[in-house]
Write a protein that binds this ligand. Structure first.
Ligand code: ADE
Length: 224
């Protein structure tokens, strides 16, 4: 897989993808990730890429010209073009799984108050939001999406854990609480049942706990 990220802050987008599991996946050749400076496609002598919105309104918009030039330079026949924006569809695990099947993702990062709508109409396959809050720009959102996709690539997590299990797990249920040694930490004990070796009982306990945790932390998931 190849991921190209076009942003005013390539170093912000790449920093979280340069360590640990993701760095190993890159070193192993499972994915090539490149950051691109949007200003490199500016035709302005001051390398400007933004202007004020037509009809008035707050802030500045990314202009169509540099983003069109970037996409024309980087797009291939097999490319899926994404725009990171708080106006997008919510990013969920199911979409991460879908994107992990693609061969080339070209991720455009919004900034300021957004991008010229003609970019979205003509170039973008999916507008994607990572959550209901507004970041200063899309570079962090691009890193979040890339991380979630790359760890799903076959071989990225090594032998320890397979993401395949996750795809079969219920997306509307959080995981049960988990414990590791020591068994007694400052008087707080690991629940007996987990030490019982009785797989049926452990499994039933995990289901009950997962259900309770979901009802407490994500009641919206149970209502869906
Ligand atoms: N850019 C700014 N906020 C964002 C968000 N929540 N998701 C995706 N891109 C963004």
């Amino acid at each position: 897989m190849r991921i190209d990220i076009v942003t005013l802050f390539p170093e912000v987008a790449l920093a979280p993808l340069s360590d640990s599991i993701i760095q190993r996946a890159r070193a192993a050749g499972l994915v090539t990730v490149e950051g691109h400076q949007l200003r490199d496609w500016s035709e302005d002598k001051h390398r400007r890429v933004d202007d004020s919105p037509c009809g008035g309104g707050q802030g500045m918009l990314l202009q169509a010209g540099p983003l069109f030039a970037a996409v024309e330079a980087l797009k291939r026949d097999d490319t899926r073009v994404l725009l990171m924006t708080p106006q997008g569809r919510p990013f969920k695990q199911a979409l991460a799984q879908e994107l992990a099947q693609e061969s080339h993702l070209l991720i455009l990062c919004g900034h300021y108050e957004g991008v010229d709508q003609r970019v979205i109409d003509a170039l973008v396959d999916d507008e994607i939001s990572i959550g209901d809050y507004v970041l200063t720009n899309g570079a962090l959102a691009a890193a979040v999406l890339s991380d979630a996709v790359i760890r799903l690539l076959p071989g990225a997590l090594g032998d320890e854990r397979s993401p395949v299990d996750e795809s079969f797990s219920d997306p509307n249920l959080l995981e049960a609480p988990a414990y590791t040694r020591p068994i007694d930490f400052r008087g707080m004990k690991v629940p007996e049942v987990l030490l019982s070796g009785h797989h049926g009982k452990i499994s039933a306990w995990k289901s009950t706990q997962a259900e309770a945790r979901t009802r407490k932390n994500r009641p919206d998931l149970r209502a869906e």
